[in-house]
Design a protein around this ligand. Sequence first.
Ligand code: DX5
Ligand code: ZN
Length: 215
Amino acid sequence: MVQISPSILSADFARLGQEIKRLETAGADLIHIDVMDGHFVPNLTFGPCVVAGIRPYTHLPFDVHLMMTYPSDFVRSFAVAGADLITIHLEACDDPADVISQIHACGKKAGLSIRPSTKVADIIPYLPDIDLVLVMAVDPGFGGQPFQKEAIAKIAALKDLIGRKPVQIAVDGGITDITAPACVLAGADILVAGSYIFKNRSYKQAINLLKKGCS
Ligand code: DX5
Ligand code: ZN
């Protein structure tokens, strides 16, 4: 069964703890935390102190998506703050393998993300060392953008490359009940969804619709 990782980028920031509790009750599998540095992407969001502040509100794993240049400067801080999975961008650092090993040295799962303009082939050298690939279906930086359907072929290509290796595929951006089924059919294990869930008055209904459409 596909897992749902709601992106709190679209949550009510004045009530972040309660929002996370609502997501857990609604059946979320992970909590996706979009960290933006105003440099790798033209937007700013959360730092480690926010992650530490919301950690007591749920037992769900924290899926921290670092959209930042020099992620190695912050790996340890996010690990200590309560991240369970830390995903960095292939495009954001000179030596992704080194940052991946730093994440593992902190006892956390490591993910590698590619934005829409990056080819799947570029990720091949890192597949033996990562726990997850995050395929961006929008240009990173903002929620609420339309799904770029080229992501589906990328997911399928990754699925072939990964074979039986224990590497999960997640897709992030523009996920709705309409776009989700093709992603899962192509091989996605985790759907990251922000605006689709938060604009629905019932988070449970939104999460169920995403899961049901894919079963
Ligand atoms: C975009 C973020 C996504 C985004 C998803 O840079 O990485 O996680 O919040 O939001 P929606 O689902 O609204 O596209
Ligand atoms: Zn994200």
